[in-house]
Design a protein. Structure first.
Length: 225
């Protein structure tokens, strides 16, 4: 018989603009589920930290670079960026109001309260795909973590972000020499090719070993200067 510890407890369930989003507690972990698809939990965060660090390292010492983080999630990328004084403006685009609420006044606030209070931090309530095509703002780095990877999207519409048009939108918001970093739950040689075809330079993939299965990865590309 499973114990109560083994059964995830639903803390909040909402119908958002893109489907159902659920916050669960499983033992000591908090988990976000979107449309029945597991997105992330609070167990580790190594790959999200690498996402931010790899983008900063690829900027080669640029002073106080501005970063746009696609997806708030459980807050690992935001909190790691806010803990680093080298970053300038830290903008996070999140399309699900429930996720923002969970951070501002819910169970995830304990993880992100300092980062949200940082004067460099800005939360933008918008769909990332629309935002990169419409905003007049530019950034030195764009860190994307809105899906389980280019070939494993949370919603069908997200696939367009990894197309030629979507990558052109990403390049549009980057300054010359700016870095695009994309988290993925598995390597994607096809996406590396898409980055090169979209004009990104220095395309490479960094791996994060996991306990079982294929490694998490961060795909990186640089907008030409």
């Amino acid at each position: 018989m499973p114990t109560s510890y083994d059964i995830p407890e639903v803390i909040d369930r909402r119908e958002g603009p893109y489907g159902e989003v659920v916050l669960r507690r499983h033992g000591t972990l908090l988990q976000i589920i979107a449309n029945g698809c597991f997105l992330m939990d609070t167990s580790d965060g190594r790959s999200e930290r690498l996402l931010v660090d790899a983008a900063l390292d690829a900027l080669d010492g640029r002073a106080e670079p501005d970063v746009l983080i696609g997806g708030l999630g459980v807050g690992f990328s935001l909190t790691h960026a806010a803990a680093d004084p080298r970053w300038g403006r830290i903008s996070v685009v999140e399309r699900e109001p429930a996720v923002v609420d969970w951070h501002r006044e819910g169970p995830l606030a304990e993880l992100s309260c300092r980062a949200l209070a940082d004067p460099r931090t800005e939360i933008v309530g918008a769909d990332l795909i629309t935002y990169v095509h419409e905003t007049s703002a530019t950034y030195d780095a764009l860190c994307l973590d809105i899906d389980n990877g280019p070939g494993w999207t949370v919603t069908e519409g997200n696939g367009s972000l990894y197309s030629a048009a979507g990558l052109a939108g990403c390049a549009r918001v980057l300054t010359p020499g700016g870095v695009l970093a994309v988290w993925s739950a598995r390597p994607s040689p096809e996406f590396e090719g898409s980055l090169r075809n979209a004009g990104f330079q220095g395309v490479r993939t960094e791996e994060i070993p996991v306990a079982r299965g294929v490694p998490d990865v961060v795909h990186l590309g640089v907008r030409p200067g």
